[in-house]
Design a protein around this ligand. Structure first.
Ligand SMILES: Cc1cc2nc3c(=O)[nH]c(=O)nc-3n(C[C@H](O)[C@H](O)[C@H](O)COP(=O)(O)O)c2cc1C
Length: 213
């Protein structure tokens, strides 16, 4: 049974673009049939506690003698890891907050980026998610494309590409939408049509990918 893990992290429960785009992907996935199942986790409405100990960053065999974590925290991390490991496809809604990730999504990353379990640290190979697709839906108020005054300020997308792609070995596809604040910022008013076109393109891409991936 093909299984999707769908994460959202926008704090906007009414007009979020990343939520709309991940929903389009998830709908196309579900429309493929009842065998295309989904686990949904809303990291904003149901936030994870921050890591209680550095122990949780390491596989038990890689921890130092004084690195320990409460059993309940170990159990929570195992639940989060099991959700990811059970997924054939990962879908992540990732709004840009302060040029980087929402803290809620960053915390989820802290739970799943574990040397010795999800990423190889030493001679023992441990990249169980290698090759699995991860679809990252980014949404930013401004513009960070080459040639824009803020090109190079995007510290959201690279983190997700490095952790999910390089460290965990997943096959990352980014669906980006930006200039979402064009209707709200007077200086960006001329960009409203472009912003809307970017949203349409992103929704179409998400629907097409959800139907085929
Ligand atoms: C706390 C917060 C911080 C933000 N920081 C940035 C930022 O650094 N750069 C930017 O372009 N937009 C920023 N924005 C705007 C969001 O990126 C924009 O509203 C985007 O559409 C959020 O994704 P969503 O539509 O899925 O909620 C910020 C919004 C919030 C709520």
């Amino acid at each position: 049974m093909p299984h999707l893990l769908h994460l959202d992290s926008s704090a906007d429960l009414a007009g979020s673009r990343s939520r709309a785009i991940t929903a389009a992907f998830a709908k196309a996935w579900s429309d493929r049939g009842a065998d295309h199942t989904i686990t949904y986790r809303d990291l904003h409405t149901d936030p994870l506690p921050r890591l209680s100990s550095t122990a949780l960053h390491w596989a038990p065999r890689l921890r130092t003698a004084d690195e320990t974590a409460p059993a309940a925290d170990e159990a929570l991390q195992q639940t989060i890891l099991d959700e990811l490991l059970a997924a054939d496809v990962l879908l992540v809604g990732a709004p840009m907050y302060n040029y980087s990730l929402p803290s809620t999504l960053k915390t989820w990353i802290d739970y799943v980026h574990v040397p010795g379990i999800t990423t190889t640290f030493d001679a023992t190979p441990s990249q169980p998610l290698a090759g699995r697709p991860a679809v990252v839906v980014t949404s930013a108020g401004g513009s960070y494309v080459e040639g824009s005054p803020t090109a190079g300020w995007d510290h959201l997308t690279p983190v997700l590409e490095i952790v999910l792609g390089t460290a965990l070995g997943m096959a990352v596809t980014v669906i980006a939408t930006e200039l979402t604040l064009a209707p709200r910022i007077p200086d960006l008013a001329a960009q409203v049509p472009h912003s809307e076109a970017l949203l349409t393109t992103a929704l179409d891409r998400a629907t097409a990918l959800g139907a085929t991936i």
